[in-house]
Design a protein around this ligand. Structure first.
Ligand SMILES: [Zn+2]
Length: 386
């Protein structure tokens, strides 16, 4: 009962411009839910939009809604059917949990389920509060070496993972990223980690481009007054070829135009940023060069994928393409002894480089339990010879 009396201060948006701090009841977890004491919650652009504009596109705040969806917390109570989590577990929260096992769930694209629950998307409440109950299957245990703050950042990182998967980023890819805001930067981190050989990133802001350079961009372009065609030429000049994949993270019309002109024939343009509903784009140019234009809606399966090595009930966060799995067990220590191939596969012939057992690509691919870190893995940096 003590928990019931505890204050559950929550950040609630009532309508555009009307944000309040309210004390709400502490929820009781349902059979498949866990009650969490929240620890870290990021403030996303969408939270700010709902506060300032009361809507994002067709999602309209019609009744008071708790903000927040980039979050981590600690389990304090589990529902009657929950077996994989226990009080005291530290978890990252995946804010989108499907309500129905519909056709989209069946094909693994549950982010497209029209009835999905998603924190802080009207009418669903978010978790910028002290106590919050969530579907236990969408809570992922954090190992001791991951902080709560890092746990909360899994959510924006997931956008980058999903965007890179949709674009088909792989070893040796040449990638253009338009926009060096937080999402452009997570796309950059993930692209390099998935093996992109070279990444060019563009923005208006010098400081954003400096940050991009610092975290691994091979080239940066500060946009001044260039036309989209000029931009495409500049990108091609830097890469010595057109990029295979463009990730448009600004939503600006001119930038989408650049994305089409810049992407190599047969390549893919991923629309990550959202801008105006209607835009004017060189669609014939894209059509006759078979440039695939793909959208993304949030993400799916970016953490905690059932994994043959962990068993279907695995509740720990995994990033298969990134060769990363979170675990407190770290059996990677055992793998080091039997490492079959202490070289990076991305190196050009004759440029063999020996690396520590356990850090090589083969180890990382084989290991189901590589500890997670924010530093991009080394093989991405070494793929320039491809
Ligand atoms: Zn967000």
């Amino acid at each position: 009962m003590a928990e019931q009396r505890a204050e559950n201060l929550s950040v609630v948006v009532h309508r555009a411009g009307d944000l309040r701090l309210e004390n709400r009841p502490v929820p009781e977890p349902g059979p498949n839910e866990v009650l969490l004491r929240m620890h870290s919650v990021g403030i996303c652009g969408s939270d700010v939009h709902y506060w300032q504009n009361g809507r994002i596109g067709d999602f309209i705040v019609k009744k008071p809604m708790v903000l927040g969806h980039e979050a981590s917390g600690i389990v304090i109570k589990v529902g009657s059917s929950v077996t994989h989590l226990k009080p005291g577990d530290r978890v990252a929260i995946e804010p989108g949990a499907p309500r129905d096992f519909d056709e989209f769930c069946k094909i693994g694209r549950y982010n497209l389920s029209p009835t999905i629950f998603f924190c802080a998307t009207p009418p669903d409440d978010g978790n910028l509060c002290r106590y919050y109950a969530h579907n236990a299957n969408f809570c992922y245990k954090l190992p001791d070496n991951i902080t709560f703050e890092e746990g909360a950042l899994i959510e924006p990182l997931s956008v980058g993972i999903h965007a890179c998967r949709r674009g088909g980023v792989t070893l040796g890819s040449k990638v253009l990223i338009c926009g060096a805001g937080p999402i452009g930067l997570v796309c950059l981190l993930v692209a390099k980690t998935m093996g992109a050989a070279q990444v060019v990133i563009t923005d208006l802001s010098t400081s954003r481009l400096e940050k991009a350079k610092e975290i691994g961009a091979d080239f940066t372009i500060q946009i001044k007054k260039e036309t989209p065609k000029d931009m495409a030429c500049m990108v091609q000049g830097l890469l010595n070829s057109m990029p295979d994949i463009t990730m448009e993270c600004s939503g600006a019309e001119a930038s989408i135009q650049t994305g089409i002109y810049a992407t190599r024939s047969g390549g893919t343009l991923v629309l990550v940023g959202l801008g105006p509903e209607m835009v004017h784009v060189p669609i014939v140019n894209a059509a006759v060069r078979e440039v695939d234009i793909k959208g993304i809606f949030r993400y799916c399966n970016t953490a905690g994928l059932p994994d043959s090595r962990c068993g279907a009930s695995c509740s720990q966060a995994t990033f298969p393409e990134m060769g990363l799995t979170w675990s407190q067990e770290r059996p990677v220590q055992r793998k080091r002894k039997s490492c079959p191939s202490p070289t990076y596969p991305g190196l050009a012939a004759g440029a063999q480089q020996t690396v520590a057992h356990g850090d090589c690509y083969a180890c990382i691919q084989e290991s189901g339990h590589q500890a997670f870190g924010y530093t991009p893995l080394p093989f991405g940096k070494s793929a320039g010879g491809l």
